[in-house]
Write a protein that binds this ligand. Structure first.
Ligand SMILES: Nc1ncnc2c1ncn2[C@@H]1O[C@H](COP(=O)(O)OP(=O)(O)O)[C@@H](O)[C@H]1O
Ligand SMILES: [Mg+2]
Length: 300
């Protein structure tokens, strides 16, 4: 039997390069070889093959581990989708694509009894509906379904804000409006990392002074936070429903309904950065071990 071989594409910033080296080393100890830095952006498809640097990925790889949200391109994702049809990938393309879309994720989670923010989706021409919704909900959040980092999220406080916002939205050639009920919460969240159905680690994020978004890119900050069983089980269930082998689940506590809700499932949750490790986020090694174990299991 020939040696098992996997392909990997992992982000390099924020300590990613070191993480990658550790993963490769641990895989090697299990006699699994890694071809690193496979950016499908530079690959081509030719008949039945996806070729990168003269390597026929579909033929030579037993698995492809794709973990680089920052450098993702449409072309790269397109080939990832094709490759995922013929060899195992982590995450599966299907699960990855699902979690890239907030509406599709929330819809599926709700159908499996996982609590999310109340939401509504309506056709772009249905602006009257948005008026009805804001009257009922008081406050809502307009969300691009494919966004990240809190970018584009807009809080709509009343009908006036809606009137101001609508001309902008109408210019954007959207297909639909996705809005969530604005949840009253303490401006902190839980980010819970799961690999292969197992709890990896948890930290909290707190929104900046004048913000209601916990994203670091929106001025939020990370803090040490112990999860409780409820939060962990919610994250595990959310990952299971979405079919992600690796997931980072954003959870907040709804103070009115007095329950935890899943805000989103991230299919490529970052490892703790060296600075965060210094702060005490110490789950990287556990995460690496669980990922190596998962890869080994998948290629057997
Ligand atoms: N329905 C909501 N009610 C209140 N705050 C929200 C709601 N949805 C999102 N937020 C805040 O905005 C942040 C970003 O939202 P999220 O859905 O995770 O999108 P992104 O992919 O941009 O991170 C969350 O971390 C949270 O702080
Ligand atoms: Mg988020």
């Amino acid at each position: 039997m020939s040696k098992k071989k996997i392909g990997m594409w992992l982000y390099k910033n924020g300590g990613g390069e070191e993480i990658g080296k550790k993963i490769i080393k641990k895989l090697k100890q299990r006699d699994i070889e890694t071809i690193n830095d496979i950016n499908l952006r530079y690959a081509i498809a030719k008949n039945k093959h996806i070729i990168y640097n003269d390597i026929k990925l579909n033929k030579e790889l037993d698995l492809f581990f794709s973990y680089n949200a920052g450098e993702q391109t449409q072309y790269q994702v397109y080939l990832y989708q094709a490759l995922s049809r013929v060899i195992p990938t982590i995450n599966s393309y299907e699960a990855f694509a699902l979690t890239e879309d907030k509406f599709q994720t929330a819809f599926l989670l709700r159908n499996h009894g996982v609590q999310t923010a109340d939401y509504k989706l309506c056709h772009r021409d249905d602006t009257e509906r948005l008026r009805t919704i804001i009257k009922k909900w008081d406050k809502m959040v307009y969300k691009p379904t494919d966004g990240w980092g809190g970018v584009g999220l807009t809080k709509i406080e009343n009908e006036n804000t809606l009137d101001v916002l609508l001309p902008f939205l109408n210019q954007m050639d959207l297909r639909f409006f996705y809005v969530e009920k604005f949840i009253k919460y303490d401006n902190t969240d839980f980010r819970v990392d799961i690999v292969d159905g197992k709890f990896v680690g948890c930290y909290g994020r707190k929104a900046g002074e004048k913000s209601w978004k916990t994203n670091i890119t929106s001025g939020g900050s990370v803090f040490l936070r112990e999860p409780n069983d409820e939060v962990v089980n919610l994250a595990i269930k959310a990952c299971e429903v979405c079919g992600v082998d690796i997931g980072g689940v954003d959870i907040i506590y709804d103070m009115e309904k007095e329950e935890y809700v899943v805000l989103e499932v991230n299919g490529i949750p970052a490892f703790a950065t060296p600075e965060q490790e210094k702060m005490g986020l110490d789950f990287n090694d556990k995460k690496i071990d669980l990922i190596v174990e998962l890869i080994d299991k998948k290629i057997k």
